[in-house]
Design a protein around this ligand. Structure first.
Ligand code: NDP
Ligand code: MG
Length: 401
């Protein structure tokens, strides 16, 4: 075969932009791209404030554009990219610019509601999105998915449970399923007594038994708030109502999600707990990308176990399920309050159980004040997010370590 023939018939490289390129998901995305030479071309990378980390990943992946949210980090980013030919930019508009650049897929992997605006900008620009940043959908799920539908934009689920369910559905519509289960590992405190959980420190909450993740999602996993946020995420991604959604605690983290159908059939998505698998699935979709992820050896694992979640020891899950059932602005309020309380816990201002109790108190406060209406657009959702954060931070005033 001549080189000209190969070049003419070779598949074009798939163009990828990574929002949150220096985080845990960002680094795993880098590893998947790096492990599949000749498949992807990275257009742009973006992050929050780590200039050297962004410059490194931009160089390694050969990006053309690097955007950092923190304007104060611009000079360091520019200096670190000197001579590379990679354009540096800073500030919220630069993040949106990165999100909108011509690409085939934007990876949404910023942590927290900070990801809402740039990820939504990608959707508005008609870019398909692989979404890890669940807080986008908890904060502004309805307007987010409405815009995606309007513009024919695909939102591929990168979160492992949703990705497993997407694969378990095998192209069938979620209308046809009876029930959908997301699994939870149960986190580091699964077997702890209520008293021990109440005294848990950030250091203990940050050790996850099965997954290596960023700090916010790791604390959410320890409280099971993460599973509650993921139920809300599932409702928006798959267009399914709360009463068909459920949670199973599955300590081995091998089965990530299951769906059952009218004929009694149940299909499940399985893989070893490594985010590179759902990331590769999204990056490659509808093709498959080869990864070096450890292969699943069920005989070696031997037993897979499942149990119901314990709402008494893990009240954050119930608080989130209440917000899901209440609907309206409640998920937006829940998300903002939770981000503030997780940060306060990590700063050692509040105890572990106070994350759930304080989030619940804030949800009730806004409920009493009549904040029921679902935010009609992303700007309104961010407005609610802002007000809730201010109130949540005010409720912490006077506390010290
Ligand atoms: P990390 O904390 O490891 O990384 C967060 C990323 O977001 C970093 O690149 C960070 O940049 C960037 N960032 C933070 N603040 C801003 C901001 N204001 N503007 C722009 N970028 C910002 O988080 P994870 O990778 O663990 O998680 C990312 C998302 O994916 C979360 O929503 C999480 O729930 C979800 N997720 C994560 C999983 C995991 O295994 N890690 C699994 C499933 C979902 P910088 O480095 O400069 O701070
Ligand atoms: Mg998950």
């Amino acid at each position: 075969m001549s080189l000209a023939f190969v070049q003419k018939h070779a598949k074009p490289l798939k163009k990828i932009t990574i929002l949150g390129a220096t985080g845990s998901i960002g680094r795993s995305t880098e590893a998947v791209i790096d492990g599949a030479p000749g498949v992807f071309e990275v257009v742009a990378v973006a992050n929050g404030s780590d200039a050297l980390g962004l410059a490194r990943v931009a160089r390694v992946l050969g990006a053309k554009f690097a955007a950092i949210a923190d304007p104060a980090a611009y000079a360091e980013l520019k200096a670190a990219l000197a001579g590379s030919g990679i354009e540096a930019a800073a500030g919220p508009e630069a993040l949106k610019q990165a999100a909108c650049m011509e690409s085939d897929l934007v990876v949404g992997a910023i942590a927290g509601a900070a990801g809402v605006e740039p990820t939504f900008a990608a959707i508005e620009a008609g870019r398909d999105v692989a979404l890890a940043n669940k807080e986008c959908l908890v904060c502004a799920g309805e307007p987010f998915m409405r815009k995606a539908r309007e513009l024919g934009v695909r939102v591929l689920p990168m979160d492992s449970e949703h990705n497993a369910i997407f694969q378990a559905l095998g192209g069938e519509s979620a209308d046809r399923i009876e029930k959908m289960w997301l699994t939870a590992s149960g986190g580091p405190f699964r077997e702890w007594s209520a008293e021990r959980i109440a005294a848990a420190t950030p250091e203990q909450a940050l050790i996850h038994p099965n997954w290596a993740m960023g700090p916010k999602v790791t604390v959410d996993s320890a409280s099971l708030m993460n599973k509650g946020l993921e139920l809300i995420e599932a409702m928006h991604i798959f267009g399914i109502e709360a009463n068909r959604l459920d949670v199973l605690v599955h300590p081995q983290s091998i089965v990530h999600g299951l769906v059952s159908f009218a004929d009694g059939a149940v299909t499940a998505g399985m893989a070893v707990p490594d985010m590179k698998t759902p990331i590769a699935h999204c990056l490659g979709w509808p093709d498959r990308v080869t990864t070096r992820v450890r292969r699943l050896d069920l005989a070696q694992i031997g037993a897979l176990t499942f149990e119901k979640p314990d709402f008494a020891r893990f009240p954050a899950l119930r608080v989130a399920m209440d917000a899901l059932a209440a609907g309206g602005a409640m998920p937006t309020i829940l998300n903002a309050a939770n981000e503030v309380m997780v940060a306060a816990f990590l700063d050692k201002l509040i105890g572990f159980n106070e994350i759930a109790s304080r989030v619940e108190a804030i949800c009730e406060l806004f409920e009493r004040e009549g904040a029921h209406r679902a935010p009609p657009d992303v700007a309104s959702a961010l407005g609610v997010d802002h007000i809730v954060r201010e109130r949540a931070r005010a409720s912490l005033e006077g506390l010290s370590r």
